[in-house]
Design a protein around this ligand. Sequence first.
Ligand code: ADP
Length: 467
Amino acid sequence: MTVIRDLNPATGELIAEIPVTTPEQLLAAVTRARAAAPTWAATPIDRRVELLGRAAEGLERRQDELSDLVTREMGKPRADALREVQGYVTELPELAAEVRAAIRTEEFAGDTILVREPHGVVAAITPWNFPVGMPLSILAPALVAGNTVVFKPSELVPLVGALLAEVLQEVLPGDVLHLVQGAGDVGARLVDSDVDMIGFVGSRETGMRIMASASKGLKRLVLELGGKDPMVVFADADLEAAAECAARHSLRNAGQVCCSVERVYVAQEIAEEFERRVVEKAREWTHGDGFEEGVRMGPMVSEEQRSRVERQVEDAVAHGARLLLGGARAAGPGFFYPATVLADVGRDLVISKEETFGPVVAITPFSGDEFEGIALANDTPFGLGASVYTADEERGMRVARAIRAGQVGVNRYLGGATGTPWVGARQSGFGFLGGVDGHRQFTTPKSISRAKTKAAIAAWRSSSTSA
Ligand code: ADP
């Protein structure tokens, strides 16, 4: 492939043909990023934080252009695209300051300092579902920590990736950030190249390939992968809140979210009422071209993605699931799939096991027993997010502790407060993004200890008494 055929998923029309980065160009980018690494690492961190703040201003200036591209390339409603961009206008400076705090030098025992040094060159390989947010969640900590970066956006959003890179390059010194374009083969070549760390957000299968390939150089890794997030609704739950959470977080971004609610286990005795409320809410999730006013879901990103959802839904229905809403691809151009609700979904079906990544609420009844709820929630190799709904707060906390996941919501959707890391537990990831745990992964700690000479001890005493 020498060009990316960039399609508008709402119409199927060709937006542009973007040249794929050649192996020679990729090599040159990595070489130049490596050459620039020492100077960037030696740049005071306050300056690096300041430059990220200026990048946020650039994002704000170009927010309309960027949001238009997001909707055109991956389909999400224009208002959602703008929210994504604006979210980072605010968050980027905060994130940069958080990284500075997380990696500051520490002193130990009067003779040792612990410094946190950048790795060198970071490869950032990112997906299309949040084409601004996901790249920035890697680029920002990598850059503030003092690494140079070679960034490969998803081949489904090359123009968003290019504009994002341009906004950053406008403020960064030359060669600190490089952009490469292409699909999985370019990503694989980048992983294999002379980079020190790979920051990746994408599928579990690709994450496994990257890990295998990175093992050759013992390269550092942060992998944020997919999930099959459960939601457990006990009989005493606030049904209105639970139904709202199930519908919203199964359907948002047309279900193309790594931490979507993918499996809903609902206590048998309230199942009928819960299903009724979910259907009522899911009906409000209308779909259409993301540029149309009021549309809540855009198309699926690609025909491939739509076919996968369609196959899973058809298989579920063929195996006894009840189709309560949607369930058939929309006619006409574009890769549209409607909001779909399934009930009585079998526990061992493909749709209960594999990531759907589509606008489907999949409801499975269970006895209502606490231990069964936990066992069902944990019946997956993934471990990204989970939610539990019950009026019994203590049970909510017990279940939250017992579910093996990186983030759990009790009587609310998941998502920790600012400062907490994003964690893919089990096969949903390797390493973390955000929070102190995440930011520090873009560095290696190094302790430097001084001999306790008389002069050093005197200097230490005077500095500690004067402090
Ligand atoms: P998704 O389909 O959810 O975007 P992928 O894991 O296929 O998930 O893609 C995420 C990113 O990883 C994209 O930028 C893609 O081009 C890239 N990619 C795909 N295969 C590989 C690979 N073998 N090595 C490195 N990167 C890859």
